[in-house]
Ligand binder design. Structure first.
Ligand code: C5P
Length: 236
């Protein structure tokens, strides 16, 4: 089964709800993501609780600050034993290098991932905040900077994977949200792809929230995702 690439987004403000859902999931079938809402409400204890249940945790706090502060935050994340952590690539090369160096000293460094352009930002809004060029051009520029700064990969849309793979190579990790199962409601995600298509496009990890968390049977849904990935062409 190829479901180790599935990361379930535990988007809830309640540690109790997150842990209850995690107890229904199988750490052999997925990893879990703790984002700003859950971490702000529940703190490091929820990460610890999820790890005790056997899950590898992606701490999705998208750090963006001066290099010294981001380095400290990354050290603190590594001390929590998380598997993946992320920073905004637009924080700059010095900030990303500081994050990389801070993690290098950790006994088991988490994967360090860059956020390029938030998918909520359209071309007009990008211009408004002073970014030249369209979203695609900015994603590619920031992904190159992330790679040059020693990051392991980026968060991006699955549709951007082929281009990033061509320019940055197959080992550069791509983490892709915006995944929906065939026949699912899209929710507020404008552009969605199925798990199998995301893997075919070269995605290494798939962030999947509501299709699993709001499923009446999250375990069955995860198993069906795993089946849909069997035989799919996988990246390393
Ligand atoms: O419920 P759904 O599958 O849409 O959840 C997707 C998850 O990925 C959410 O936690 C969301 O915050 C996150 N995400 C995203 N788009 C990005 C970055 C992160 O949807 N560009």
């Amino acid at each position: 089964m190829d479901s180790s690439r599935v990361i379930v987004a535990l988007d809830t403000p309640e540690a109790g709800d997150a842990l209850a859902l995690a107890r229904r999931l199988d750490p052999r079938l997925c990893r879990v993501k703790v984002g700003k809402e859950l971490f702000t409400a529940a703190g490091p204890a929820v990460v610890e609780g999820l790890r005790r249940l056997g899950f590898e945790v992606f701490l999705d706090l998208k750090f963006h600050d001066i290099p010294n502060t981001v380095a400290g935050a990354c050290r603190a994340a590594a001390a929590l034993g998380v598997w993946m952590v992320n920073v905004h690539a637009s924080g700059g090369g010095a900030m990303m290098r500081a994050a990389r160096e801070a993690l290098a000293a950790a006994p088991k460094p988490p994967l360090l991932i860059g956020v390029t352009v938030l998918t909520s930002l359209g071309d007009e809004e990008l211009a408004e905040i002073g970014f030249a060029g369209n979203a695609q051009a900015n994603v590619e520029r920031l992904a190159r900077l992330a790679a040059a700064s020693g990051l392991d990969g980026v968060v991006c849309s699955a549709r951007e994977c082929p281009q990033l793979r061509a320019t940055l190579g197959p080992a550069f990790v791509t983490v892709t949200p915006g995944i929906r199962l065939p026949g699912d409601d899209k929710g507020d995600q404008a552009r969605v792809v199925t798990p199998a298509d995301a893997v075919r496009l070269g995605a290494h990890y798939l962030v999947i929230g509501r299709p699993v968390t709001r499923s009446p049977d999250p375990v069955a849904t995860l198993q069906s995702i795993a089946r849909s990935l069997e035989g799919g062409k996988a990246s390393p």
